[in-house]
Design a protein around this ligand. Sequence first.
Ligand code: NAD
Length: 375
Amino acid sequence: MRNKTKVGIGLIGYKFMGKAHSHAYRDLPFFFETGVVPELRAIAGRDEDGLKKAAEKMGWQSYETDWRQLLERDDIDIIDICTPNISHAEIAIAAAEAGKHLICEKPLAMSVKEAESMLQAVKKAGVVHMICHNYRFAPAVQWAKQLIDQGRIGKINHIRAAYLQDWLVDPHSPYAWRLNKQLSGSGTHGDLAAHIIDLARFLVGEFQSVVGMMETFTKMRCSSDGMMKEVDVDDASVFLARFRNGAIGTFEATRVAGGNRNANRFEINGDKGSIRWDFENMNQLQLYLTDDPLGMQGFRTINCTESCHPYAAGYWPSGHIIGYEHTFINLAKELMDGISKGYSPSPNFEDGVNNQIVLESVEKSVQNGSWVNVS
Ligand SMILES: NC(=O)c1ccc[n+]([C@@H]2O[C@H](COP(=O)([O-])OP(=O)(O)OC[C@H]3O[C@@H](n4cnc5c(N)ncnc54)[C@H](O)[C@@H]3O)[C@@H](O)[C@H]2O)c1
């Protein structure tokens, strides 16, 4: 590892996603050989005390109290954006102009227009870019992709995808930036539906048309200053979709489905078989094949921990499962490979734009009460 080129990371926003990404960079060299090796050079935030503590705890060499200072540093090669959605475009465009590679949290932006300007900026600067749709990088999801590409389940007819959480089911749950359209762009839709849209684009193909509905069940919530604030984003987003390859799909994203802490699930049915995945059992893939002998047919459970499964050989012996944080390590591996070889691994900003187009098409269909072509 000593001979490998080190690349300096500058990470902005050090809470939930900042912690997940920091951990991924720290652990990546432990599990995988990559062309370049990440070094945790600096985090940026606004509160010096918090920054100091976070830098120490997560292993960052330094910190900056304004993210713009990261762009001026020659020892920073990659900017990692883990801030609320409103800031993604401004930071990404400035970072690209400063010649930094980029990894940005999802959703890429507040709108298609903003996402497109981010894509334009990274293309113009010729930097490597990725968007953090980490669920793609569960070994079982990557294995599902390989089985589908091999034609194991045949021509796909259906996808049934749901991303269910319940942290807002209590009407007394406090107001947060995620409930403010000006800071987040949308609610559950951009937060959770964005992930299942990405999984559908990855596994099934491109969307053709959508029709949806959204609901906000709790319209006022109490903020930390004791004031009641209006929730102007959706608690739940549900939509139907047609795909360009003829498949049809149903999508449900909600933060008020009691008992579902982080239930990101899909079932895909083809004319030769079906695949099921549930993040809460993320190592397992359920597979049904129509050419199994009669009397033996049924869903089998594949524990995707064998050395033949994507990423699994980097971790533990067969049957020794991995978790949430490993999806970020696997994504970071792709980013490092992309940087060492000079390409932008998928999902990248182009995927981010396409995802945003689907998100916005659903929003338009909700406003119009009719189907909208995804173009
Ligand atoms: N990939 C996933 O599964 C996943 C999960 C959660 C959140 N996200 C995305 O990650 C992003 C961040 O979400 P989070 O859950 O980590 O939020 P968070 O509220 O936990 O953390 C956001 C951080 O950004 C900081 N911040 C805000 N504005 C800033 C600015 N101008 N300069 C510097 N720091 C600033 C905040 O102080 C905070 O530390 C969002 O885009 C969200 O959609 C993705």
